[in-house]
Design a protein around this ligand. Structure first.
Ligand SMILES: *Cc1c(COP(=O)(O)O)cnc(C)c1O
Length: 402
């Protein structure tokens, strides 16, 4: 009675993304459950010793230990890969586990990395602190500048690492150019696609080699679990990533993987509606605040590039107040509906002040170089009625003197 609707890759790989999000990678047990089963098990048992031997020798398929394989996790990996248009995927415990694994599994002492200057604070910590400490040199550049990517290449450059749109400055990377340049030089591109997800932007369509995720954000989308994923070719995953992952153990819990499954079922709906809402809120704020950094608005200097790579603008954007930290905090403190929170991708609208939260650890000089000023505010627009969000912002802006 086992109907394996998600297991025949020849069939499932032709499905469109919305179908993949609901059905890609589904395995059903002999009970025929509708929703994906949660295999909350660390280990597995065997009918006989020969089966164990065959599985450990790689001669037979099957589970051995949840750091190596787990059915709930494997379903999620198959689904994310199908949605991404990637050959393979491995889920990770968090977004930072995904970034760290994607970089460390392929780098060694003496290598060089070119990374985008505008990036999530912990991603910058990896390139600024961890990699150099281990003998891997890094150059951080203005990722909007195609010539800067080219100029930064050294004979030992092994990886390009960037986000687009970038957190929180909303810098956009010209993926076709940068990935093409990397290919010409035998460099592997690692793209952190947390702000968009495969529903809004598929970096591999522009030549990216590796796509890494914080699935904590839009994929879960309801603020429940930390999760991550790394996608690549089957060969790269098997030969480069897996030896690292299996022996260092940044694995996701099957429970968290199951929660992300539930998130993926509504990802497209949420991402599209939240993008629509973000556009409405952005149009309200434009003209009301001195500067707005919103890839969906024509005022964004890279609007055309962003919209040529993305199906919609996404739920996140930033804006800048002239009154620095004081006015930014005043605005946040006056909110009555929107929460003060440094999370993003959630169905709830959330706002934060990056300089005193997500990007605090970089210090004033690091923030200045990245373009994160004291007056900058980042917003994640959720699924509430956008008019209620606009009303809340309107009253809070008045309290802050705007
Ligand atoms: C949140 C985030 C991360 C880190 O993900 P965690 O799941 O919090 O570990 C990495 N990159 C970007 C762009 C993010 O927004």
């Amino acid at each position: 009675m086992k109907k394996t609707t998600g297991q025949n890759r020849a069939i499932t790989s032709t499905w469109r993304p919305a179908t993949q999000a609901i059905r890609g990678g589904t395995w059903r047990s002999e009970h025929g459950e509708t929703s994906e089963a949660l295999f909350l098990s660390s280990g597995f048992t065997y009918d006989d010793a020969e089966t164990v031997a065959a599985r450990f020798a790689g001669e037979a398929e099957g589970m051995t230990y949840s750091r190596l394989q787990n059915p709930t996790v494997q379903m999620l990996e198959e689904r994310i890969a199908l949605m991404e248009g990637a050959e393979a995927c491995r889920a990770q415990a968090t977004g930072m586990a995904a970034m760290t694994t994607a970089l460390l599994c392929q780098l060694e002492q003496g290598d060089h990395v070119v990374a985008a200057r505008a990036a999530f604070g912990s991603c910058r910590w990896l390139t600024d602190n961890l990699l150099p400490k281990w003998g891997i040199t890094t150059t951080t550049i203005d990722s909007r500048d195609n010539d800067a990517w080219k100029a930064a290449i050294q004979p030992n450059t092994k990886v390009f690492f960037f986000e687009t749109p970038a957190n929180p400055t909303m810098d956009i990377v010209d993926m076709a150019y940068v990935c093409g340049l990397a290919k010409e030089h035998g460099i592997t591109t690692v793209v952190d696609n947390a702000f968009a997800t495969s529903v809004l932007q598929r970096p591999m369509d522009y030549g990216a080699d590796v796509v890494a995720y914080s699935a904590t954000k839009l994929m879960d989308g309801q603020g429940r679990v930390l999760a991550g994923a790394v996608c690549g070719t089957q060969k790269w995953i098997d030969e480069v990533l897996l030896p690292f992952q299996r022996n260092t153990g940044p694995n996701i819990s099957p429970f968290n993987a199951w929660v992300v499954h539930k998130g993926l079922e509504t990802l497209e709906l949420r991402a599209m509606r939240q993008s629509e809402n973000a556009l409405k809120v952005g149009k309200f704020l434009e003209g009301r605040v001195p500067t707005i950094l919103h890839p969906g608005l024509a005022s964004h200097p890279q609007h055309n590039l962003a919209m040529s790579q993305m199906k919609a603008c996404g739920p996140i954007f930033s804006f800048v107040l002239d009154g620095g930290r004081k006015q930014a905090h005043q605005l946040l403190n006056a909110l009555q509906l929107i929460d003060i929170s440094n999370n993003i991708g959630d169905a709830r609208s959330l706002m934060c002040h990056p300089a005193s939260s997500t990007h605090h650890g970089m210090g004033p000089e690091g923030r200045e170089a990245m373009g994160v000023g004291e007056g900058m505010i980042r917003i994640n627009v959720g699924l509430e009625d956008p008019q209620d969000l606009i009303d809340d912002l309107d009253q809070a802006l008045k309290v802050a003197g705007l």
